[in-house]
Ligand binder design. Structure first.
Ligand SMILES: NC(=O)c1ccc[n+]([C@@H]2O[C@H](COP(=O)([O-])OP(=O)(O)OC[C@H]3O[C@@H](n4cnc5c(N)ncnc54)[C@H](OP(=O)(O)O)[C@@H]3O)[C@@H](O)[C@H]2O)c1
Length: 237
């Protein structure tokens, strides 16, 4: 099947890693469906990427931290009526702070956005992949999924949980021809770091994460890269 007949779903495609992913897949002729909470950012993304790569970018305003938002986005994706070949669970929020000092509700906010969004979306999208015996799921975990650090707080808790989810679904889907990859990244220069005064050289580029995901997808169906750990060349911040 030609790329243009299937769909890539990337959550949170308007900024940072998500935007680099939309650009990378669109550059190979893939139609992409994405969402975020900001309509004007989505309009700008669709204009920019579809003009640049002459491919279809489907955008939808949805808050994936809410189950209702996930449900609406799933209906939108189903209306596009193309089989989903790749699902990238990228949406995430990063509010660092120690467990004992972070704001009340920090855990709920980060679990809702970083874990439940991926859980509910995957449960809705993946049964069709399983039936078609084809597909690839990428989960944007973090080095904070592997090792806690003093200022990690609920972000780290949510990313440990997402990595647990990613490993569970990998085991479930092994025999159905659906691949699952956990991306465990250190610091990437994206808007989630805005306001932090650290030189650019200490960060990875979002395009490098997108390239890693694209390359992982390109392997034959006989192999899956289960975990990718990426760090800035100079190490963790
Ligand atoms: N940057 C890093 O250093 C780094 C390192 C390791 C892992 N990661 C992970 O990689 C992923 C992307 O990170 P990033 O730095 O590229 O983030 P980012 O620049 O903050 O972009 C996040 C994207 O997700 C969307 N989003 C956020 N909350 C949403 C919600 N509730 N519903 C729908 N869309 C939502 C944002 O749009 P709106 O805000 O307009 O909704 C935006 O498009 C995250 O899961 C993050 O934890 C990042």
């Amino acid at each position: 099947m030609h790329n243009s007949e299937r769909l890539v779903v990337i959550t949170g495609g308007t900024k940072g890693i998500g935007k680099a992913l939309v650009d990378r897949f669109a550059s190979e002729g893939w139609p992409v469906a994405t969402c975020s909470r900001n309509e004007s950012d989505l309009d700008a993304l669709r204009g920019e990427i579809s003009e640049k790569h002459k491919t279809l970018i489907h955008t939808f305003k949805a808050d994936l931290s809410k189950k209702e938002g996930v449900k609406d986005f799933v209906e939108f994706v189903q209306m596009i009526a193309k089989p989903v070949e790749i699902l990238v669970n990228n949406t995430g929020v990063f509010n660092p702070g120690p467990v004992l000092e972070e704001a009340d509700g920090a855990l709920e906010q980060m679990i809702d956005t970083n874990l439940y969004s991926a859980y509910h979306l995957t449960r809705a999208i993946v049964p069709a992949m399983k039936q078609n015996k084809s597909g690839h799921i990428f989960n944007l975990c973090s080095v904070a999924s592997l090792k806690a650090y003093p200022n990690g707080g609920s972000y780290s808790i949510s990313k440990f949980a997402l990595y647990g989810f990613s490993q569970a679904i990998r085991e479930e889907l092994k025999e159905f021809g659906v691949r699952v990859t956990s991306i465990l990244a250190g610091a990437v220069r994206t808007p989630s770091w805005d306001g932090v005064d650290i030189p650019d050289e200490r960060f990875m580029k979002p395009e490098d994460i997108a390239e890693t995901i694209y390359t992982s997808y390109r392997l034959s169906e006989r192999s899956v890269i289960e975990d990718v750990v990426l760090r800035p060349q100079l190490g963790d911040i």
